[in-house]
Design a protein. Structure first.
Length: 109
């Protein structure tokens, strides 16, 4: 009998339902953690950069733009809109390419 090697990452194999992700408050935690991480490394100026990027996203009929500061998001509708655009907001946000890749991967997954 041969031993089979199963390299399955359960976290990558599990599909997350976005609404349940919102209902459980996980996306709120993800945004808060990201902001806290960036603040600890770049201070509050990085949040201004994020808010500026959010405000400058071109308008589209099916995309409701989040106009408030990122840390004031508090309802599911606002988080739903943030889910759609956070990858673009975080793209090349910092000079640290490794951190950029980690953040994009976290929001992409």
């Amino acid at each position: 009998m041969t031993k089979k090697n199963y390299n399955i990452n359960i976290y990558k194999a599990t599909v997350i339902d976005r609404m349940h992700h919102l209902d459980l408050g996980l996306y709120d935690h993800q945004i808060t953690f990201t902001c806290d991480l960036l603040k600890s490394k770049y201070r509050y100026l990085i949040l201004n950069k994020i808010d500026n990027r959010l405000a400058n996203i071109p308008r589209h009929s099916e995309l409701k733009i989040f106009k408030n500061e990122i840390q004031t998001a508090n309802i599911a509708n606002e988080y739903q809109n943030l889910i759609k655009i956070m990858i673009f907001v975080l793209d090349d946000l910092t000079e640290d390419n490794d951190l950029n890749k980690i953040l994009i991967k976290a929001y992409e997954d």
